[in-house]
Design a protein around this ligand. Structure first.
Ligand code: GLU
Length: 422
């Protein structure tokens, strides 16, 4: 019997979530960019990437779309890397504006309010590769950096850029305002061109999940293992995303979903659980605040189901699987700590990798402190799959952290009072 054939339930869970929102066709695709107005409104996709570099996805996960405003936090991270925090703070503040993304506004010291609104993002773009850089060199620097974060060569949608530039009066007004107050030196048209090309970098939800997981992992790209962002830069970027990432919906977002996030008008949405996960969704119809309708709905479900809210007071666990040992035909898996989504994922991953032998598998929960309902569901599903692969399964749960032993198909798992009962 070989448990390597076990299937992973996380993609199934992600597909279920997509199905739960598929019927919601509220909202409109962004109509102020002609190419985006023509976009198919129906694609729906989700991906998550752990800080260990495991990616799970469902739906239209190979469809490319443009980053748009999702490029802003990554460009901010690059500017912080290149110029240091002092110069970046002198140029752009870090206060939530509560305004629309394209507001013509500055703070009392004539700085854009934050790097997540267009005024701030245009100023940040200008810091990259030095203020005397050509547009092409600056954009190439950004494209290369984003490609390293994604782990593959990303391309720019030049047609969409041209289409956006035709009606870019608002962003041009912002650039003129920035020049007038000495925030940028470059010609306003070049500044808008450079920023618009940055927004037109094409990605999939899987790319975004990896890029986002890099921020979650303190700057280590989880697939290549390269350290691409300083830990402190990650923290600064996540902080601004938390307070200003969701435009004028930022406060409500932090209350209900509770994780740093950023959305873009092409329909992408990213969220980060520091130290644990990067999450991304794609669905082009937007609400009045410019955020993806189904994306917001998915994130609300994920946050509730997985217990992701950062202000949640439940402790976080990482290495949930303490040991897996085998003796006399019995394999014992020992779990430990506070079991949340990441702990559940760790358990499912370990059992999928393990070469089970013998007759029986025992799951020992005696060192588990708390068990979130999502982790409970994941543990039961994993055990059920071990049983379906032909093993007898039993649980040791002296403190009754698992309130019932019924699997999803209604069958029961045996309970042992202790490992000694074997
Ligand atoms: N390129 C878009 C703009 O500046 C990005 C807006 C967004 O995604 O919010 O209008």
């Amino acid at each position: 019997m070989c448990a390597n054939k076990l299937t992973m339930p996380i993609p199934e869970y992600l597909s279920e979530i997509l199905e739960s929102v598929r019927a919601n066709t509220a909202g409109e695709v962004a109509n102020y960019i002609p190419e985006l107005k023509k976009a198919d409104p129906n694609p729906l996709a989700i991906a998550i990437c752990t800080v260990d570099g495991r990616i799970y996805s469902a739906g239209d996960d190979e469809v490319e779309f443009t980053m748009q405003s999702i490029s802003k936090p990554f460009a901010y991270a690059l500017a912080l890397q290149e110029c240091g925090a002092d110069q970046v703070f002198d140029t752009v503040a870090v206060e939530p504006s509560g305004e629309a993304f394209n507001e013509l506004s500055l703070d009392g010291s004539n700085r854009p309010m934050n790097p997540m609104i267009n005024a701030g993002a245009i100023a940040i773009n200008q810091l990259i590769n030095g203020s005397d850089s050509s547009v092409e060199d600056r954009v190439e620097k950004i494209r290369k950096y984003f490609s390293e974060l994604a782990g593959r060569e990303l391309m720019i949608d030049r047609r969409l850029t041209e289409s956006e530039l035709v009606g870019a009066d608002r962003n041009l007004s912002i650039a003129h305002m920035l020049r007038n107050y000495g925030v940028i030196d470059d010609d306003a048209h070049d500044a808008v061109l450079s920023y618009t090309l940055q927004c037109a970098i094409k990605i999939t939800v899987r790319d975004l999940a990896v890029m986002t997981a890099t921020l979650a992992a303190g700057g280590v790209q989880p697939i290549t293992g390269k350290k691409l962002i300083d830990t402190k830069v990650c923290r600064l970027t996540l902080s601004v995303m938390a307070s200003a990432g969701m435009y004028n919906e930022a406060g409500q977002w932090l209350s209900t979903v509770g994780i740093p996030a950023k959305s873009g008008v092409a329909g992408g949405l990213i969220g980060i659980l520091p130290g644990q996960l990067g999450i991304s969704t794609f669905s082009p119809r937007l609400n009045a605040q410019g955020n993806s309708v189904r994306g917001v709905e998915i994130f609300k479900t994920l946050s509730d189901d997985m217990g992701l809210h950062l202000m949640s007071t439940e402790p976080v666990a990482v290495h949930a699987v303490r040991t897996i040992t085998e003796k006399d035909g019995v394999t014992t898996i020992r779990l430990q700590g506070a079991m949340n989504f990441s702990a559940g994922e760790n358990f499912l991953h370990e059992i999928q990798q393990h070469q089970f032998e013998g007759e029986m598998v025992v799951l020992d929960l005696s060192r588990v402190i708390t068990l979130h309902p999502m982790a409970m569901r994941m543990i039961k599903e994993g055990l059920k799959r071990i049983r379906d692969a032909g093993f007898k399964v039993a649980i040791v749960d002296p403190d009754n952290v698992l309130p019932n032993f019924t699997f999803s198909d209604g069958t029961l798992c045996a309970q042992l009072a202790s490992e000694r009962d074997l």
